[in-house]
Design a protein around this ligand. Structure first.
Ligand code: ADP
Ligand code: MG
Length: 252
């Protein structure tokens, strides 16, 4: 990849937890990675291999050694260019309505104009197919709807990169498939760059334009373009072979 095409560059990133204690742990060791604009990068890896930590370092929530560059500029702190979406259904403020949840980070960015806030929240709710739910509170929504709102909230900030940490892992299988389709559509329409962590091989193949498999300490053991034509189904040409390859890399 030529340098100017990379929206994100992770250079020699290392992370040690509990340094200089008996629990000292190298969680990420010298991880380097480039992500191209509009790429949908899915990251698979066994539990504990450092996926969440890698995403948190990119988001600026953790200190680390090495560099994270967005459009060639070093980033050490959180910013609205990198927005994280979590697995947890409780990432919304329970005391705020759907639209207020979406508008809150926009207000913090300095957008005060009421009409503009309303327009922005209505626009993103339409994108996640939740028009009409503006005045609902999180407790009135299903898990899938809450994750839709979390995605809408991220989209509203117009980030350069959306970082998703197993956002569909706690959903039932049908809702999960539905949200995969929606996210697929949104990523194509919005032309956004997404880094998406999952435990699920099917999910990585359905969504990713590129797939990584990590091993312990964030070691990249597979890095391949996903050439299966979208929309991907288990009957798509190449699905079985890709699934086998990723499966054996994950369980090697
Ligand atoms: N704040 C922390 N303090 C100490 N160890 C941590 C912390 N966060 C994560 N770890 C450890 O780092 C390793 C990687 O964790 P994590 O990035 O959550 O893995 P994954 O998301 O791939 O399951 C695990 O061994 C975990 O126990
Ligand atoms: Mg994790």
């Amino acid at each position: 990849m030529k340098k100017e095409e990379a929206i994100l560059e992770v250079q020699n990133l290392s992370k040690v937890f509990d340094a200089n204690t008996d629990n000292e742990k190298d969680v990420l060791k010298d991880v380097s990675l480039q992500v191209a604009r509009n790429e949908f990068l899915c990251i698979l890896g066994p539990s504990g291999c450092g996926k969440t930590t890698l995403l948190r370092c990119i988001a600026g929530f953790e200190g680390y050694e090495g560099s994270v560059l967005v459009n060639g500029q070093e980033r050490r702190l959180p910013g609205t260019d990198r927005i994280m979406v979590f697995q947890d259904f409780n990432q919304l403020f329970p005391w705020k309505t759907v639209e207020k949840n979406i508008q809150y980070p926009l207000k913090r960015q300095g957008i005060r104009d009421k009409a503009m806030l309303k327009e922005r929240s209505e626009d993103v709710l339409q994108k996640v197919k939740l028009s009409g739910y503006e005045k609902y509170y999180p407790y009135q929504l299903s898990g899938g709807m809450k994750q839709r709102v979390a995605i809408a909230k991220a989209l509203a900030l117009k980030p350069e990169i959306i970082l998703m940490d197993e956002p569909f892992a706690a959903l039932d299988a049908m809702t999960r498939n539905e949200l995969q389709d929606e996210l697929m559509r949104i990523s194509l329409e919005e032309k956004c760059t997404i880094i998406f962590i999952t435990h699920n091989i099917q999910e990585a193949i359905v969504l990713g334009t590129r797939i990584l498999v990590l091993a312990q300490e964030g070691k990249i053991v597979v890095d391949e373009k996903n050439r299966i034509e979208k929309p991907v189904t288990p009957a798509s040409e190449g699905y079985g072979a890709t699934w086998e390859r990723l499966h054996s890399a994950l369980y090697q």
